[in-house]
Every structure is written in C-alpha cells, then in structure tokens.
Write a protein that binds this ligand. Structure first.
Ligand SMILES: [Zn+2]
Length: 196
C-alpha cells in the first residue's frame, strides 16, 4: 500500500499466508488491492488475483462498507445461480443450514477462492467420504447417522441442480472473508457487521 489513494481510513489486513492457486494448485496467488472512489462517493476495493504459474486471474470488487469487517455474509440462492464467488480466510466458517453442513476453520485451514458451485462440490465430496467411513463403524447409532448423511448429500445435490433454494452463510470474526455476486438484487447478498 504505497500510493496516496490507499492512505484512507480503511485498514486492510495483511495477507501473510501463501494462497495456492485453485486451478493449477502449484502456483502462488499474488493479490493486488486498490481502493477506488466511485463518482457517487462510494469507495470500492478492487482485488486482482494472479497465479505465478498458470494463466488464472480473478478480479473481485467489493464495497468498502463491507470489505474486511468482522461479521456474517448471507447469500440467498433462489434461482440456481451458483456463480457467486467466495473468498474465505483461514478463520472463516462456511455453512449451508438447509443441508446441515459446515466447513469449519481447522488447524490446516487455508485460504479458499471458489464459487458456490465449488463449495457444493467440496461439501458433497466430504459428505460422501464421511458416509463411506461410517461403514466400518460398529456403533449402534450407525443407521441413524447414515440416514442423516444421506439426507445431507441429497439436499446438497438438489442445491447444485438448482431445485432447492438455500442460503450460504460465511462467518468471519477476523473480517478476512467475503462473498461477491453480480446480482443487483440487494436481498440476494446481505452483510451483517459484528458489533461488540
Ligand atoms: Zn495457477
């Protein structure tokens, strides 16, 4: 952050951890952040992400009223559009309440750059993996647990197919995560700042 324009009241957190490329997995993502003031006075943050190895490039725009503030993003997916992008910091939790599924920040949690479709694919893969691991389990409650996971997988697949309306909830107390969408419908994406 060297130029004049960036010396504003906004405090952007440093991204110190290496972010691996979501496409080639080998490259490291370089993030370039620029703050712009729009003619109507609103400040936006432009993030340009480039891979050091392949041609992957991603450009996100978020308003600075919501950028990097601690809180919760809620995206309502009602029309089967899975193209909204998610940037999750290692501290962020992503959940889909309808499917009773959550991606928690773990000790090896990494930055994640993906779309809603990518989140659903990941969740389906993990739920199926978890389902298989239940087969070796001698626990008496196994049938019940199997049914619960089956239901989760079924709902996630419906979300992916566009036949189920659902919410994606991204919570980050450190403010390092965000969701961006091209939808102009304000009800689609809501940000609630955490105030203490
Ligand atoms: Zn790459």
């Amino acid at each position: 952050m060297s130029n004049e324009e960036n010396k504003t009241e906004y405090e952007l957190p440093d991204i110190t951890e290496k972010i691996h490329c979501p496409i080639c997995k080998d490259g490291i993502i370089k993030i370039n952040r620029t703050i712009h003031r729009l003619p109507d006075g609103e400040d936006i943050l432009i993030l340009l992400m480039e891979c050091s190895n392949c041609s992957y490039q991603n450009r996100d725009v978020i308003t600075l009223q919501t950028a990097f503030k601690p809180g919760q993003w809620i995206l309502n997916v009602e029309d089967g559009d899975l193209s909204a992008k998610i940037f999750r910091s290692p501290e962020g939790t992503i959940s889909i309440p309808e499917a009773d599924m959550e991606i928690e920040p773990g000790s090896h949690a990494n930055y994640m750059i993906t779309t809603i479709e990518g989140i659903l694919e990941r969740m389906i893969k993990w739920a199926e993996y978890f389902y298989k691991s239940l087969e070796d389990d001698e626990d008496k409650t196994i049938d019940e647990r199997r049914k619960k996971v089956e239901k989760t997988i079924e709902i996630l697949k419906m979300c992916k197919a566009g036949t189920q309306k659902f919410k994606v909830v991204l919570t980050d107390k450190t403010g390092g995560s965000y969701i961006t969408t091209t939808s102009k419908n304000e009800k689609t994406l809501v940000f609630e700042e955490e105030t203490e």
